[in-house]
Design a protein around this ligand. Structure first.
Ligand code: CP
Length: 313
């Protein structure tokens, strides 16, 4: 595998899940694979889990991770072609990506969307520019429209906790005070579409995700109806896609409660705002598997890095 930028880079999700579980059982088995190799983790936005779990994954493979908060610490990067750089940007991605490629064997990038310019966000100009101008493999640590390390993690977690051959999985919108990206919901949907699950999405009117991603997956605007007989309830806020980046609804009735969860397992990618997205009684109960889910971030990342390292050899 050259790059990991999308759930679509997973050729066989069932095989990948089994391989990730084997890594989890013996995380240091391939400690020599990444010896004398360097991974650069470039963050244009904040992170706790992605930053630490990807470093941990690299260390488990014997790699040397170097981490940079690009926004703030690095020179402002210009992505436009032919731009007269007399503004705030001081360095072009053509030079930046080429230079970092000389220091690193793999580059991982996090760059969130603007949520104001749909076309620009959907062009994935930051991630695509790294793929174009770097000479080493690129890993997506959450881009404008996708979070494939999270999506693969979620598939591993559902596989671990599922007691049925075809569990019912519900992706539910929940309220939030800020306009948030669609990346987690998009990659979760794409990952579940590759799994043997009965997937349903529930969100208020005006919050349907990109139809190119949801495809034939049922979208139900009544949360109570969607939650019926659910085995897993995966919760995430996202801003409107049709009225791009806008907050149209903050109805607290969409918050996840103990009563709504029933016998289902509660999942969230974290960070999560308590008593806004989900009430304490859910997060503090055995219904919640968010901590176990976050633990799987390491093994998802480790399998991705392992596959790239094996391809490079
Ligand atoms: N879920 C996730 O990507 O967490 P961070 O934003 O903390 O990395």
């Amino acid at each position: 595998m050259k790059h990991y930028t999308s759930i679509h880079d997973i050729d066989n999700i069932h095989a990948w899940i089994e391989e990730a579980k084997a890594i989890k059982a013996n995380p240091l088995k391939n400690i020599d694979l990444g010896k004398n190799k360097t991974i650069g983790l470039l963050f244009f936005n904040s992170s706790l889990r992605t930053r630490l779990s990807t470093q941990k994954a690299a260390l488990n493979l014997g790699m040397n991770p170097i981490v940079m908060n690009v926004s703030g610490d690095a020179w402002g990067i210009e992505f436009g072609d032919g731009t007269i750089m007399n503004g705030v940007t001081a360095e072009h991605i053509k030079e930046a990506a080429a230079v970092v490629s000389q220091y690193c064997d793999i580059i991982a990038v996090r760059a969130f969307p603007t949520l104001t310019d749909k076309a620009k966000d959907e062009s994935e100009y930051v991630l695509r520019s790294f793929v174009k101008y770097a000479s080493v493999p690129i890993v997506n640590m959450e881009s404008a429209t996708e979070h494939p390390l999270q999506g693969f993690t979620d598939a591993i977690t559902i596989s671990e906790y599922s007691k049925k051959t075809k569990p019912k999985v519900v992706l539910s919108w929940a309220p939030h005070v800020k306009a948030l990206p669609h990346a987690v919901a998009n990659s979760f949907t794409q990952a579940m579409q590759k799994m043997e699950v009965d997937l349903v999405i529930t969100n208020p009117e005006g919050y349907d995700l990109n139809p190119d991603i949801t495809g034939n997956t049922p979208i139900i605007h009544n949360q109570e109806e969607a939650f019926k007989d659910a085995d897993f309830i995966y919760v995430k806020n996202w801003s409107s896609y049709s009225d791009y980046g806008k907050i149209l609804n903050t109805d607290p009735n969409w918050m996840i409660t103990k009563e709504k969860i029933g016998n289902a397992k509660f999942m969230h990618c974290l960070p999560v705002r308590r008593n806004l997205i989900v009430e304490d009684a859910v997060l503090d109960s055995d219904s919640s598997i968010v901590i176990q889910q976050a633990n799987n971030r390491t093994y998802a990342a480790q399998l991705v890095l392992k596959k790239i390292l094996e391809t490079k050899e």
